[in-house]
Design a protein around this ligand. Structure first.
Ligand code: AGP
Length: 357
């Protein structure tokens, strides 16, 4: 393993630096790699299922199918799926799992298969159980992920979920992949050019013990995934929430000791979600709460009045921005945890694949 690490201090940061390559890999996959699964998705109900970070990618996939392809998709975490849904024989279940060996996800695949549903399995490990079970296996080809925390693999899974929705929407013409190519370029810009800025912020606030992570629309799954990553590696409490949910009770926690990470959508590409998030941030600021903002092109006066710290991220299209923000969240979690002296690649109590009940 040591030889693979090369110049990097940890696999987590090495693999964050490979996120752009994982997107290029998905952009380079031929349409034929998706066509059989996409043809089947056109037939009946769509369901998405995964565990942990892979569940949050499924949540993003739910937004993609709704907003890009105009298709309703159900989505439940693998551990609760069978308590909430039953699929019929026309349905297609898309499972997402880096390892392809997660117990909860494999059980849902068996459950759906028994009812005759078709299985699309998105996995990074070739020859995994999920790849062998599915009629429509899609291999991520993101390269081996060593760190227990998923970074490049969640990015690659998100690109594949986008491609499934975009190919379904595009029909025989095929999806325009320009946005994926731009995303890869901007991911390189982010991880090579902005890691130090994010490190400074993460180090400055590493002693804060309780956090909210907020987002809206496409940025709600980003907030959820980023809070999970932050908790896994730093052992610090973070609660993720849709920005609009805050006012329904949790806002009573806000005071001058409370910190929030806000994933602020781009005002140019997603104005409605941007306006909603900003209005939630005003509510927090009015109660003395502190906000770390990840966003785009915010005027300095705006950022200064509202935010304790602001990180300006590279701009990409609406459906690619969740990936940029997710990787910013990965860097935030990584740098804070390094400063805290945590066991970065193998946090306590965690395993790369949860293969037990
Ligand atoms: C991610 O950082 C976690 N280690 C964990 O939530 C993981 O995503 C989950 O256990 C699912 O694993 P899988 O993708 O291999 O199914």
């Amino acid at each position: 393993e040591a030889s693979e690490l090369g110049r990097w201090p940890h696999y987590m940061i090495k693999e964050i630096n490979e996120t752009a390559a994982s997107v290029r890999m998905v952009a380079g996959m031929p349409r034929s790699a998706f066509a059989p699964a996409v043809a089947r998705l056109g037939k009946g109900d769509i369901a998405l299922c995964g565990a942990g970070s892979s569940h949050y990618v499924c949540m993003l996939g739910q937004y993609f199918f709704h907003q890009i392809a105009g298709r309703r998709a159900i989505c439940h975490s693998a551990d609760e799926f069978m308590n909430l849904a039953r699929l019929d024989a026309d349905a297609t279940l898309i499972t997402i799992s880096q390892s392809g060996e997660t117990y909860d996800t494999l059980r849902v695949m068996e459950y759906a298969q028994a009812d005759g549903a078709a299985l699309v399995a998105v996995n990074n490990v070739a020859g995994s159980t999920a790849q062998r079970m599915a009629e429509f296996p899609i291999l991520q080809q993101a390269g081996r992920e060593v760190c227990v925390l998923s970074t490049k693999s969640v990015v690659s899974q998100t690109a594949i979920a986008w491609r499934l929705a975009a190919e379904l929407a595009a029909g025989p013409d095929g999806a325009d992949l320009t946005d994926l190519a731009t995303l890869a370029t901007q991911l390189d810009e982010l991880v090579q050019g902005m890691s130090d800025t994010i490190r400074d912020v993460a180090e400055r606030y590493r002693w804060i013990e309780h956090w909210f992570f907020l987002g809206r629309g496409l940025h709600w799954p980003v907030a959820a995934e980023s809070a999970l990553k932050f908790k896994e590696v730093s052992y610090i409490h973070a609660e993720a929430m849709p920005a609009g949910f805050l006012k329904h009770g949790t806002i009573s926690l806000i005071d001058e000791k409370f910190f929030t990470v806000a994933f602020i959508p781009n005002a140019q590409t997603d104005p409605e979600s941007f306006a909603h998030v900003v209005s939630s941030l005003h509510e927090i600021a009015a109660r003395g709460g502190n906000i770390i903002g990840f966003g785009h092109d915010l005027p300095a006066s705006f950022a200064e009045g509202l935010l304790e710290a602001y990180v300006q991220l590279p701009s990409v299209s609406k459906f690619m921005d969740p990936v940029i923000q997710m990787v910013a969240g990965q860097l935030f979690a990584y740098h804070g945890a390094v400063k805290l002296g945590r066991n970065i690649d193998r946090p306590r109590a965690l395993a790369k694949a949860v293969t037990v009940r």
